[in-house]
Ligand binder design. Structure first.
Ligand SMILES: C[S@@+](CC[C@H](N)C(=O)[O-])C[C@H]1O[C@@H](n2cnc3c(N)ncnc32)[C@H](O)[C@@H]1O
Length: 458
């Protein structure tokens, strides 16, 4: 199909005007096939191990140290390591915002427009279990999809909410150290990969999104602590949505300054120095825009922000029911010292920052530890993926090539009679190599499958 038939006339005219001598290269990029990206979950799995898993098949994404390209025929989602949450499949350019925002363990991080969670899982992994990730999306159904990705990635220190930015801001004034606003946009950078975005562009256009983005950004800034940093990204090229929004935000809030993003291979300058554009005709990836801000006044420390919000923290919990307490006693100390929250039969282990606020729509409050049914405790799928094999004494380690790995992922009961891994009855963590997949309950010579039914290998 010709480029004129694929893209709206008004869009083509604008791009030809703006890109000048590069317009032909931009249009020619629509003949290329999309690029596929895989990002190591470095909280569990090193990039070198990922490369060894797919020998000779992965090549580095130049701007994202944890990212690689893979050939379409590889199908890494049909591999048991995918079910162990060891990597995430992500469009290569979409790896840039989560890699540029300078997250350090211990940070309070907000991903305000987070679903389906590509960047949220990246931010969460960079926290390495310390600090807290708030993963939010205005849409509850999209936030639900994000929750699954976060659980699969094994991120324990997380709150997942489905909230308006305004409602969050009322509850978390100047609370976060780092905020990502990966805003809804007109999607021009995705036209090659997702032609359906073209229809949305024709129906709404950049101006519609620019207003929403400005509103989201202003609200996000209210939640940024003095000294904190905010990354604003879109997957569009329109100046109205990108640089104009940067200018408006800087003009309306004197406390904000633009932090120049350090050059990386593949990064081109935006129209404002220090901002970044990724262009599909210059890189192997789709279009993106990035800008980084800092709020003045870093003297207001994290501790001060903590005391400001301490009055809203969770109330002191009661005692854990006996079976759940016995199970918790088998976990490492870092889990045992967490505050727990029981909501009906479900028990959650709250991040050190017990940032619960009444009236917010939480889909997840911390690590889902497990459920109690008639006093009996069942550990959760999320807990299995947050643990490492060393964290739990009762476990079965199957090598990758063992056919029982796929049988376990399909939900089958595994007969262990005569097998050397027979052990005491009770809960066992089933692992592929040394990476947890889920739970099974051993009874005599059977491992009764407790793998989450919705997650099964199809
Ligand atoms: C570009 S997508 C985010 C992609 C996501 N960051 C990722 O990497 O997977 C934008 C998201 O913003 C959400 N959204 C739209 N309007 C919003 C608003 N006013 N506040 C918060 N999120 C919003 C949409 O539901 C959508 O999931």
């Amino acid at each position: 199909m010709s480029i004129e038939n694929r893209l709206p006339e008004a869009y083509l005219q604008r791009m030809r005007r703006e890109l000048g001598g590069e317009a032909d290269a931009y249009e020619a990029s629509f003949c290329e096939k999309p690029f596929y990206g895989i990002r190591a979950n470095t909280a569990k799995f090193r990039v070198e191990d990922m490369k060894r898993t797919f020998p000779g098949q992965l090549t580095p994404v130049p701007w994202a140290p944890e990212g690689c390209y893979y050939p379409a025929e590889l199908r890494p989602a049909r591999h048991p390591y995918y079910y162990a949450g060891l990597y995430y499949l992500q469009e290569p350019s979409a790896m840039s915002p989560g890699s540029v925002l300078p997250i350090v363990p211990g940070d309070r991080v907000l991903d305000l427009c987070g679903a389906p969670g590509g960047k949220a899982t990246q931010l969460g992994m960079r926290l390495m279990g310390s600090g807290v990730l708030f993963a939010n999306d205005i849409s509850a159904s999209r936030a639900q999809a994000m929750l699954k990705n976060i659980e699969l990635a094994g991120i324990p220190n997380v709150y997942v909410t489905a909230e308006t930015p305004e409602h969050l801001a009322e509850n978390f004034p100047e609370y976060f150290d780092k905020i990502l606003v990966d805003a809804p946009c007109s999607g021009e950078g995705m036209f090659r990969r997702e032609p359906s975005m073209v229809k949305d562009w024709e129906a709404k256009g950049p101006a519609y999104y620019a207003d929403i983005q400005q509103q989201i950004l202003r609200t996000a800034v209210r939640m940024l602590r003095p000294g904190g940093m905010l990354l604003y990204s879109t997957c569009t090229f329109s100046t109205e949505e990108d640089e104009e929004n940067v200018r408006k935000l800087l003009a309306q809030d004197p406390a904000l300054s633009l932090v120049p993003i350090a050059p990386r291979p593949g990064f081109s300058d935006g129209k404002i120095p220090g901002t970044v554009k990724l262009w599909p005709h210059k890189i192997h990836g789709e279009g993106h825009f990035l800008s980084l801000f800092q709020k003045a006044g870093g003297s207001d420390s994290k501790e001060a922000a903590a005391s400001k919000s301490a009055k809203c923290s969770a109330s002191k919990p009661g005692r854990l029911p006996e079976e759940a307490a016995a199970f918790l006693a088998r976990l490492p100390e870092k889990y045992r010292k967490l505050t727990f929250l029981q909501v009906k039969e479900n028990i959650y282990l709250l991040p050190e920052d017990t940032a619960l606020r009444p009236g917010l729509h939480y889909l997840r409050t911390g690590l889902f530890f497990g459920a109690l049914k008639k006093e009996h405790f069942t550990p959760s799928q999320a807990l299995a993926l947050a643990l490492s094999a060393e964290d739990f004494s009762g476990k079965v380690l199957y090598p990758l090539e063992d056919e029982r790995v796929i049988r376990y992922l399909k939900g089958e009961t595994i007969d262990t009679s005569g097998a050397e891994e027979d052990g005491p009855d009770g809960w066992n963590l089933i692992c592929v190599d040394r990476y947890p997949l889920g739970w099974a309950k051993r009874s005599k010579h059977n491992l009764k499958n407790k793998y989450c039914p919705g997650w099964r290998w199809q």
